[in-house]
Design a protein. Structure first.
Length: 446
């Protein structure tokens, strides 16, 4: 569960793949080597390893500006600061580990006027109020490379994920086993509740899906094999009784054309529907989505084209994480019923111009053919144009240690929605600053 303290990655979007040109490290700490002398034994030695020698502490500072300028008021805007602090013990007798992470988001600027309001930004509570929450509090036990973790924890299993695109990620109350069976990594467990990204409290999985006064949990299973550097296969399925079920799979890999050119190809497919008593909508529904993606990496440049198609019987629901379709963009998900979406994009790492650590990317996405699944009337045809400039301290040459955890993302999205010979437009700005400090015990076992 060390990853739970040191990372909170975003799932989906072009930036995630294009940033593979120069990967981002979520945490930074001093290097550690195994002690030369044999480790001490006995209860006292185990307690020292548990509480100090192998412990980890993290302080992650994050500030976030969100500003959506709508064509008609109100516009949505807020600036916040906060982050999280976490502590994780070592392994007691190589079997038991404890951890906890507390999160906070606090307003710096939270307007509440008729023309501009912070409500709707998902950065604060309604009214512009900040909050504190104990997002993680877990105990883990391991044996033979299999780990069982209980209570509040970080879960990142394809469709069930942290949705970390605001100030703090969402976390889950789960009772799960993780591990590896040969080359395959797996997750299997029961997820009882989740804390959405803009909530301080945990709510059950039925309520999180949008079914009020229904208390339901989730069964979740996923498997992952390989990496995109060679061949990767992933699949997951979840089931919330009487509410929702969903299954997802993707496959991808890299072709090395020559020393300078690499091509990554990937395809995805998912199906979803109601079940049991259909308590979410009161009637049964089902839908699907599929897509493919191609990325080319040539020196400091990367290029992408992608296509996705949503079934016309229902819009895709993603209540438990960020939508992981290839055409999920900064502002729009492009997952309405019947929607066909295509994206073209490119990025440039300025290391090719002598400025390593500075990355610029641009995308254009079109979504059309979407319909209202009840009336089958046409919905708007949407265009979204995204620009991003990122600065990553860990990619700067000869950067001092204190600068490596620095990460700044500046993003803007221009959205045009066409319907019945009229256009509705808005512009959305996002600025996210991350800085993380990690302390690790002096005798971590490798």
């Amino acid at each position: 569960m060390l990853r739970a303290l040191t990372s909170a990655g975003t799932v989906g979007g072009l930036a995630l793949a294009l940033f593979a040109v120069t990967p981002v490290k979520a945490g930074y700490g001093q290097d550690h080597t195994a002690p030369a002398e044999p480790p001490a034994t006995g209860l006292k030695a185990e307690l020292q390893r548990f509480l100090y020698d192998e412990a980890t502490a993290v302080l992650h500072l994050r500030s976030y500006l969100f500003d959506r300028q709508n064509q008609r008021p109100p516009s949505l805007a807020a600036a916040v600061t906060g982050g999280w602090v976490g502590l994780q013990t070592g392994w007691f007798y190589d079997t038991l580990q404890l951890g906890a992470v507390g999160y906070t988001t606090q307003p710096v600027w939270a307007p509440q006027g008729r023309d501009t309001t912070s409500d709707g930004t998902s950065l604060l509570k309604p009214g512009g109020y900040g909050y504190f929450t104990l997002g993680q509090a877990y105990a883990s036990a391991r044996w033979n490379k299999q780990t069982v973790t209980v209570f509040r924890q970080y879960v990142d299993e394809l469709e069930v994920n942290p949705r970390d695109d605001r100030e703090i990620p969402q976390t889950f109350e789960a009772y799960a086993m993780r591990g590896a069976l040969g080359p395959v990594n797996y997750f299997a467990g029961y997820v009882a509740a989740m804390k959405p990204r803009d909530y301080s409290a945990f709510i059950n999985m039925g309520e999180a899906a949008g079914a009020p006064n229904v208390n339901k949990g989730m069964g979740l299973f996923s498997v992952k094999y390989g990496t995109m550097n060679e061949v990767q296969v992933r699949a997951s399925t979840y089931y919330v009784p009487d509410i929702l079920w969903s299954s997802y799979a993707d496959v991808g890999g890299t072709l090395k054309v020559n020393e300078d050119l690499r091509v990554q190809l990937a395809a995805q497919f998912a199906v979803q529907g109601s079940n049991g008593m259909n308590l979410l909508t009161g009637h049964p529904f089902s839908t699907f989505w599929g897509g493919f993606r191609a990325d080319a990496f040539w020196g400091p440049m990367a290029f992408r084209v992608s296509y996705t198609q949503i079934g016309s019987a229902a819009a895709w629901r993603n209540p438990y994480g960020i939508f992981i379709g290839y055409n999920k963009m900064q502002s729009l998900d492009f997952n309405r019923a019947g929607e066909m979406a295509v994206t073209a994009g490119a990025s440039y790492d300025f290391k090719g111009a002598g400025l390593p650590g500075v990355i610029f990317l641009a995308t254009a996405t079109y979504g059309g053919n979407s319909v209202n699944p009840q009336t089958h009337t046409s919905l708007s045809n949407n265009w979204e144009y995204d620009l991003e400039l990122a600065i990553k301290g860990d990619a700067l040459p000869n950067a001092p240690g204190w600068l490596k955890p620095f990460n700044l993302r500046n993003r803007v999205a221009f959205v045009d929605q066409y319907l019945n010979n009229t256009v509705t437009s808005y512009t959305e700005y996002r600025v996210q600053l991350n800085y993380e400090l990690t302390w690790k015990g002096p005798r971590l076992r490798l």
